[in-house]
Design a protein around this ligand. Structure first.
Ligand SMILES: NC(=O)c1ccc[n+]([C@@H]2O[C@H](COP(=O)([O-])OP(=O)(O)OC[C@H]3O[C@@H](n4cnc5c(N)ncnc54)[C@H](O)[C@@H]3O)[C@@H](O)[C@H]2O)c1
Ligand SMILES: CC(C)[C@H](C(=O)O)[C@@H](O)C(=O)O
Ligand SMILES: [Mg+2]
Length: 357
């Protein structure tokens, strides 16, 4: 089985190194091949998603991805910016279903900025549609404003859109996931204002007919953002569009103690997938050896479970992470008094060691 290893930029290589060590410490051996992506792809081949990198990602059984982006590329034309690499991979590989599980490990109850009683026992799954919405809608750009009070001025514009098939397939993924968990699904929309999301709501309601055993409710995105910090444990599975899912999953990350704890799986219809932490390249801490590698290590566990059919090995990694947290080891983002502060590599060392115990 072949894994495409795409470290990317900023803390990407630091966290991927630790996830790779963890994978190499398992009994199963995987073929791994690395390629540059994002700013690193641009530096090596003049493009954030070089042809060879895309080819490798397509051929591999799964992709392990670090993060892309750096402020120094912000002035490049959009097509050459690092973020286009991850967007291009999602689109080219048809990875429309993004699973972002927000789980609070009991040892981290005090690391969250929310009160322990609000978050303890938290286990929610955010399912974000990943290849549609305003992220990919055309047309988009900057043009001369055609009408209204600002006629003749320059205006920036994007297009929010969802085709029926796109909504149906993500709704099926969400209902099926809910069926395997607490059987409750919340579809998050903005149907009170946006045509795209009234349509979304209507289609999700229609798909619900095939899943009478799952309880469905609908919530506006502004309320969902509030409820996520007010009473997050009331949610089981959340399904939403690309942009709302991007925002809500970062908010949910803080319920788990840190964005450095939130893994993700991006899947196509056949469970081929790309696995990456939900966070970015964190240029502010890159090179300091202090990034939390656990979201990436947990993403590698998701890869074993969803794409490589190695659930036992995934369990081993997740148990090793639990052990390390129980031992009191913490990177600075999850550090509290009374625990032991460690860097990226020491955290990786500890997970590798815990695998052998
Ligand atoms: N999928 C991706 O590759 C991805 C995702 C999000 C952002 N980005 C890109 O990353 C760059 C930085 O974006 P940003 O600062 O808005 O978001 P970010 O997620 O990179 O960082 C936000 C904050 O969280 C902290 N953080 C993130 N990951 C951490 C970790 N593992 N351990 C400890 N702290 C961590 C950072 O230090 C920073 O303070 C931008 O270029 C952005 O486009 C890429
Ligand atoms: C880097 C960016 C394109 C990406 C997104 O917006 O999807 C990131 O924020 C994420 O959550 O994976
Ligand atoms: Mg994001």
């Amino acid at each position: 089985m072949k894994i495409a290893n795409l470290p990317g930029d900023g803390i990407g290589p630091e966290i991927i190194e630790q996830a790779t060590r963890v994978l190499n410490a398992l009994d199963e051996k995987f073929e791994m091949e690395s390629a540059p992506v994002g700013g690193a792809g641009y530096e090596a081949h003049g493009h954030p998603l070089p042809e060879g990198t895309l080819k490798l990602a397509k051929e591999a059984d799964a992709v392990l991805f670090g993060a892309v982006g750096d402020w120094k590329y912000d002035k490049l034309e959009r097509a050459l910016r690092p973020e286009q690499a991850i967007l291009g991979l999602r689109k080219n590989l048809n990875l429309f279903a993004n699973l972002r599980p927000a789980i609070l490990y009991p040892e981290l109850a005090g690391a969250s900025t929310l009160k322990p009683e609000v978050v303890s026992g938290l286990d929610i799954l955010i399912i974000r549609e990943l290849t549609g919405d305003i992220y990919f809608g055309q047309p988009r750009g900057v043009r001369e404003c055609p009408d209204g009070p600002f006629k003749g001025e320059r205006e920036g514009f994007d297009t929010m859109r969802y085709a029926e098939t796109e909504i149906r397939r993500i709704a099926h993924v969400a209902f099926q996931a809910a069926r395997k968990r607490g059987k409750r699904l919340t579809s998050v929309d903005k149907a009170n204002v946006l045509e795209t999301f009234q349509f979304w709501k209507d289609i999700v309601t229609d798909v619900h007919k095939e899943y009478p055993d799952v309880q469905l409710d609908h919530m506006y995105v502004d309320n969902a953002a509030m409820q996520l910090v007010r009473a997050p444990k009331k949610f089981d599975v959340i399904v939403t569009g690309n942009m709302f899912g991007d925002i809500l999953s970062d908010a949910a990350a803080m319920l788990t103690g840190s964005i450095g704890m939130l893994p993700s799986a991006s899947l196509d219809a056949n469970h081929k997938g790309l696995y990456e932490p939900s966070h970015g390249s964190a240029p502010d801490i890159a090179g300091k050896g202090i990034a939390n590698p656990l979201a990436t290590i947990l993403s590698a566990a998701m890869m074993l479970r969803y794409s490589l059919n190695k659930a036992e090995q995934a369990d081993r990694i997740e148990n090793a992470v639990k052990k390390v947290l129980a031992q009191g080891l913490r990177t600075p983002d999850i550090y509290e008094e009374g625990t032991t502060k460690v860097g990226t590599k020491e955290m990786g060392d500890a997970v590798v060691k815990a695998l052998a115990q």
